[in-house]
Design a protein around this ligand. Sequence first.
Ligand SMILES: O=C(O)[C@H](O)[C@@H](O)[C@H](O)[C@H](O)COP(=O)(O)O
Length: 237
Amino acid sequence: MAISDVKLPEGVNAREFKSPVLLAEGLALNVAKQLSEALAARGNAVLVVSGGRSPVAFFQHLAKQELDWSKVVVTLADERWVPVEHADSNAGLLKQYLLKGPAAKAQFLSLYSAAANVEQAAEQADRLLAELPPIDVLVLGMGDDGHTASLFPDSPNLAEALQADGTRRCWPMLAPSVPRQRLTMSRALLASARHKILSISGQSKLTTLNAALASNDVAAMPVRAFLQPTLEIYWCP
Ligand SMILES: O=C(O)[C@H](O)[C@@H](O)[C@H](O)[C@H](O)COP(=O)(O)O
């Protein structure tokens, strides 16, 4: 199966690449283009990326793009509640692969804080995110269970975090896999991004995407909240 076999809702477009390397390059070029347009239009730009393992090559390509990175704020759609030195930290992943070379000049906004508990850390991130200018580019990933960012099916706070018109920006969540304590941007904040991209690779993610498109139960597969105009899906086998 290929992404062209998937019946996407009107206003959702897909781009297919032959390999993960080509996808990473294509995605980096497109994100850099959107960021330079934002810089030209407003003098600054906000990029929100996801963690996990698959974005490494994308980060490496994006880090090399010549942009006025000093005017770009980079932050995360979600974070694991672990310090940056921890192997599972998404901030650590960004420091290692994205905030390098020209992109080292970007301003990084961390969702993580060493608060007394994850609830307080989420409140602190929520206050920081209140200062964030509008998001120009959002790159989401998707898990095989239909989660995106750290909007996990069955997590406490999921219903609140999924409110389309919710005003809170960051919620504490519980993932089914370790590290279980997570911080996630809310659906409303994620959905406010000017350009929304879902980057997925492999057949199993296509199967998950098909399952997500077959129903409207957002709580069962939170990625459903984003399968609407003007999402762009990047896929490779
Ligand atoms: O911190 C995280 O784990 C994420 O931001 C998460 O939502 C990720 O994007 C998906 O789990 C897909 O991960 P992969 O792209 O690595 O499969």
